[in-house]
Design a protein. Structure first.
Length: 425
């Protein structure tokens, strides 16, 4: 069958959109495919934080040993949907296997390299959209509510690799300001520099769509049901039965990428790491950068006249129903903090796409010609989206990506392939 010209990007979350735009600007013919389901993805519901300080990978011995104390049942943010154990059980086994001291060192190195250019890439992208105001660069704040957690928390952040971000104890003026806003005790805090936020995730997604349309890209409604290898080249079967035969396909469908890649024989153990938010009017909140209440694993971010409270890591299937206890817990946190959301308060749940070593998958398939992928950006998909778009455009354009993509190769999960490669080496 003759191939249609151009690239099909599957998935129009923030990663798919930045990649599609970068490819189009590099001169590619690009179609961006998404069903635009009414349940909005993580790219809409996230906390808006450009979190370049999060260099320490979440797959580490410390994350494994602290997991019990972070369980939802004990007041923490971490939960597992029992009915979905078949989905997260094998993932958890891989996560534990990846969480060795050596794995954590490799993860930090790999993530550090990606995060190094994350903020400059966002600056370039916002400037290219003629909206430098999309990126708000005034750091973020972390606070603790007891002297013990403040001491331990500040010491932990000081010992951590925070990449290009810098931190200092929260200045007295900021502490006093927060004490006026929050009725829970603020025992201490840290002010981070060189991090940021997007001014509004909805605006960010709209601007990316408008720039893509203006550059001549095509957006198409639809869901890829399956990828097939025909004569060694990738083809896409849509759920309405149509078959697409683009020259190249980029899989950037968040959690939905896993099933598509596995259908072609790739190991793609991506899990839905679900989070929740409440959002309402910000009349009673100051014009502050994102504030993390670390004892509660809660982040408050102001987007214009709205205030969003986000939390939780709940492992399960993306499509399983939300757990209303999470919104109830968020309401309790806000009430204990004395933070009011005005007007109708919106509830949202959505899934971070997370691989067991907490590194994204960015690369080209060795199994099927014309197949590329960019997914699994876990807690950092917004932060890394602009940089990922640039890297994918370089990779697919035949140039040299500015970061070594070897640690993000999906074949790292393919034990059989690893053995074969070792034997032939
Ligand atoms: C509560 C919460 C707070 C967060 N806060 C932050 C933060 O402050 N900073 C940060 O950097 N990150 C944050 N994240 C993580 C970030 O939101 C995600 O990493 C990021 O949105 C992932 O983007 P994505 O485009 O890969 O996937 P998604 O946003 O999930 O988008 C995937 C898209 O692909 C489409 N799709 C899926 N399957 C198919 C298919 N078969 N065919 C066609 N289309 C398909 C879907 O419809 C969807 O539109 C947060 C996440 C959560 C849940």
């Amino acid at each position: 069958m003759r191939k249609a010209a151009g690239t099909l990007v599957i998935g129009s979350g923030v990663v798919g959109k930045t990649c599609a735009l970068a490819l189009r600007r590099a001169g590619e013919t690009v179609t961006l495919l998404d069903p635009q389901a009414p349940s909005r993805p993580a790219s809409y519901g996230n906390a808006g934080h450009i979190a370049i300080e999060q260099v320490e990978p979440l797959a580490s011995p410390a994350a494994v040993t602290s997991a019990f104390g972070r369980l939802f049942a004990l007041g923490g943010p971490l939960d597992f949907r029992l009915g979905d154990i078949a989905a997260w059980g094998p993932w958890a086994a891989r996560f534990v296997a990846a969480s060795t001291p050596g794995g954590a060192v490799r993860g930090r190195r790999a993530l550090g390299a990606l995060l190094e250019d994350a903020l400059p890439a966002w600056r370039r992208l916002a400037a290219s959209l003629d909206r430098p105001d999309l990126l708000v660069e005034r750091g973020h704040l972390v606070v603790w509510e007891s002297p013990a957690s403040a001491r331990a928390g500040l010491a932990a952040w000081r010992a951590a690799d925070t990449g290009q971000a810098r931190l200092a104890p929260l200045p007295d003026a900021e502490t006093a300001r927060l004490r006026r806003l929050v009725s829970a005790p603020i025992a201490g805090g840290a002010a981070f520099e060189n991090t940021g936020q997007v001014s509004d995730p909805v605006l960010m997604l709209r601007l990316l769509d408008e720039a893509f349309d203006a550059s001549g890209g095509e957006r198409r409604l639809g869901r890829a049901a399956r990828l097939e290898s025909v004569d060694g080249q990738v083809e896409v079967l849509l759920d309405d039965g149509q078959r697409l035969t683009p020259e190249r396909v980029l899989v950037a469908g968040g959690v939905g990428s896993g099933a598509l890649m596995r259908g072609l024989g790739h190991a793609a153990p991506v899990i839905a790491e679900r989070g929740y938010h409440l959002e309402g009017g910000a009349d009673h909140w100051d014009d502050l950068p994102p504030v993390v209440f670390e004892d509660r694993s809660l982040i408050l971010t102001r987007f214009g006249d709205r205030l969003r409270a986000a939390s939780f890591v709940e492992f399960g299937r993306e499509a399983s129903p939300p757990d209303p206890r999470k919104w109830a817990r968020l309401r309790r946190h806000l009430s204990e903090l004395g933070v009011r959301l005005e007007g109708p308060v919106a509830e949202w749940m959505g899934a971070r796409p997370t691989l067991p070593d907490y590194l994204p998958a960015i690369g080209a398939s060795r199994r099927v010609g014309g197949l590329y992928y960019a997914f699994g950006h876990q807690h950092l998909g917004l932060t890394l989206a602009a940089a990922t778009g640039e890297l994918v455009a370089a990779l697919m354009g035949g140039g040299a990506p500015s970061v070594d993509l070897a640690p993000f190769d999906l074949d790292r999960f393919d034990r059989g392939l690893g053995q074969k490669m070792r034997k032939t080496a």
